[in-house]
Ligand binder design. Structure first.
Ligand code: CO
Length: 150
């Protein structure tokens, strides 16, 4: 069937937006802001030592907003905050049903996967990778595997 064929031709199959992520200089102040000015529910903060960030999730209703504060001297978001001192949108994360295919396609199309070029495992056990903004019209895009128990 034609529909099936066009589905198959989609190289990176996107299931939806998983989260938006903002880098902030002070996560406690940012949590306060989203709780008090917008009345949002915010998760507990978590330190992800190997990723060099302290994070919390704001429930926006249809999507999560990830707040990230740099953790440690070698934090990968430190440079971003040096350039954007009050913080700013850092990346957005798309879910894909076919993670291996997404990674393979990204490489085949000549897009740069950040880090050592392989996938990483998130704190909630999902595989993910980032595509360099030079290959995506200026946005840092995170691709994450979709799991049914999400
Ligand atoms: Co993210």
């Amino acid at each position: 069937m034609e529909n099936n064929d066009s589905e198959k031709n989609k190289k990176i199959k996107i299931k939806g937006l998983d989260h938006l992520s903002v880098a902030v200089p002070d996560i406690e102040k940012a949590i306060d802001f989203y709780q008090n000015s917008f009345g949002c529910e915010v998760s507990n903060t978590k330190i992800l030592e190997n990723q060099g960030v302290k994070i919390a999730y704001v429930d926006l209703g249809n999507v999560q907003l990830e707040l990230m504060e740099p953790y440690g001297e070698t934090s990968p978001i430190k440079k971003f905050l040096d350039r954007n001192s009050s913080g700013g949108i850092h990346h957005f994360c798309l879910r894909t049903e076919d993670f291996e295919r997404a990674l393979q396609t990204t490489r085949q199309e000549g897009m740069q996967v950040l880090g050592d070029g392989s996938a990483s495992i998130s704190h909630h056990g999902k595989k993910f990778f980032f595509i360099h903004p030079k290959d995506t019209f200026g946005s840092l895009i995170e691709i994450e595997e979709d799991q049914n128990d999400h």
